[in-house]
Design a protein around this ligand. Structure first.
Ligand code: NIG
Ligand code: FE
Length: 434
């Protein structure tokens, strides 16, 4: 052993398959279905991973381990041939909310649309009334329970949007909750300011005044609070126009918040093109995206974050045209959109199933969409989302030996162990049925 080698704190041996989230360096392989995938994944078999100081130190053949790291103080986990992937990244959630909207769900099952319910005072505004009444401790306790549930499904990084307060103090309250969760270290949490999620009851008929409030009062306060990393807008008919979105996102940027957008969820009004023009980190939903929106994204660094759970939960079939987007060269991530109104789904593995079965993604594209590409949708590609020395040791061991089992085994609890920054934070041994 080289005495100057870094100290490993964790060693995972006997990995059956490592899906690293990187592209394969050698063409070919034995899976002909990959010929139609835009992503040919690097898959390593029989490898060992070592982590120390929260980072991946080594990933390669067991024979090279002792030369690369000092393993004397390391805890060793025997993977017994399991699949290991990067920790999953949910790049779009509204996880800090109060109350629930099951009555609306029942109305939708009987045929009412999301927009009709919103127009009659339900929807986001209903959640705002509940959120304003909720105290910090209740919001924190509920959010912790939700994060725990996500963890058991393999999610190690979660983006959390505000957007149910819709008043300055209330949006600061939402971000305080997100900031506390981030500090507690349940999972990696990134916070997004979404003051322009809807016009609240107290500003109905005064849309301009509400946009002024977002720009002139909320954004400076949010920037001073220092928790949010992104500024998002719901750019949609009945919510915020392209011009209003641009004003808000530019103001956010001036306050140091990188732009994100909800665009083309129901109608294409130009939000996706705006995202590309502004160099937004992501444009999300895209169910109604046009060819012009796809071209704009393909020519930009903006990641398309697709939310198939929302389509299903709203009782619709108009999934975002993921295949066309990938083939045009758009970077496609998948997320849950977890929220009380349009998607109560919390499972990223289930999102990969929907993406493969309903949107024509190859399992390789889908698993990359909840790991490496999702990291880009949060500007975290230098930090997490791939199994690569130097990046955070965020990983999932699966009760499976092949990455295609993640979308295939829809709904089964396949997570065996979750590691965040080199620390095991969840275990549930069940065994692999080969
Ligand atoms: O992403 N589209 C806007 N916002 C959420 C819905 C939030 C809600 O209905 O509470 C979404 O689907
Ligand atoms: Fe959303």
């Amino acid at each position: 052993m080289n005495p100057a080698s870094p100290n490993a704190e964790l060693v995972v041996t006997g990995i059956g398959q490592a899906f690293t989230g990187r592209p394969a360096t050698t063409p070919g392989g034995d899976d002909p279905t990959l010929d139609r995938s835009t992503f040919r994944p690097e898959l390593l078999s029989g490898v060992t991973l070592a982590a120390g100081g929260g980072r991946i130190l080594y990933l390669g053949p067991e024979a090279g381990l002792e030369r690369a790291v000092d393993t004397r103080a390391a805890e060793t986990i025997e993977a017994e041939g399991r699949l290991v992937t990067p920790g999953l990244i949910d790049a779009h959630t509204h996880l800090v909310f109060a109350g629930r909207r099951h009555e609306e769900y029942a109305l939708r099952c009987l045929g009412a649309s999301y927009q009709e319910i919103a127009a009659s005072g339900g929807g986001i505004r209903a959640s705002t009334r509940a959120f304003r009444e909720a105290d910090l401790d209740t919001l924190l306790a509920c959010s912790r329970l939700r994060l725990d549930a996500l963890l058991a499904l393999g999610t190690t990084t979660v983006e959390i949007k505000g957007g149910y307060g819709l008043a300055t103090e209330q949006e600061l309250k939402a971000l305080t909750v997100a900031g506390t969760l981030a500090r507690e270290g349940y999972q990696r949490v990134t916070a997004t300011f979404l003051g322009a999620h809807a016009v609240p009851d107290d500003y109905q008929g005064r849309q301009d005044a509400y946009v002024d409030l977002v720009v002139e009062e909320m954004l400076p306060a949010v920037a001073e609070q220092g928790i949010a990393r992104f500024c998002d807008v719901f750019c949609e008919t009945g919510y915020f126009s392209v011009a209003e979105s641009e004003r808000i996102l530019e103001a956010g940027r001036a306050h140091g918040l990188a732009p994100k957008i909800h665009s083309d969820e129901f109608e294409a009004i130009g939000g996706t093109e705006l995202a590309a023009r502004l160099g937004a980190v992501s444009a999300d939903h895209l169910t109604a995206v046009t060819d012009s929106g796809i071209r704009a994204l393909a020519g930009s660094r903006t990641v398309g974050v697709l939310l198939p759970g929302t389509t299903i939960f709203l009782g619709k079939t108009d999934f975002a045209p993921a295949r066309r987007m990938l083939e045009a060269g758009v970077a496609v991530a998948l997320a849950t959109d977890f929220n009380p109104g349009s998607s109560t789904f919390i499972s990223l593995p289930l999102m990969t199933t929907l993406a493969c079965s309903q949107m024509g993604l190859h399992p390789a594209e889908a698993v990359a969409g909840v790991t490496a590409v999702a990291a880009r949708a949060l500007g975290l590609e230098g930090e997490t989302g791939r199994l690569e020395p130097g990046l955070a040791a965020d990983l999932v061991l699966w009760e499976a030996d092949d990455y295609r089992m993640i979308p295939y085994a829809a709904g089964h609890p396949l997570v065996n162990r979750v590691v965040i920054a080199g620390r095991t934070v969840y275990t549930q041994a069940k065994g692999i049925c080969r």
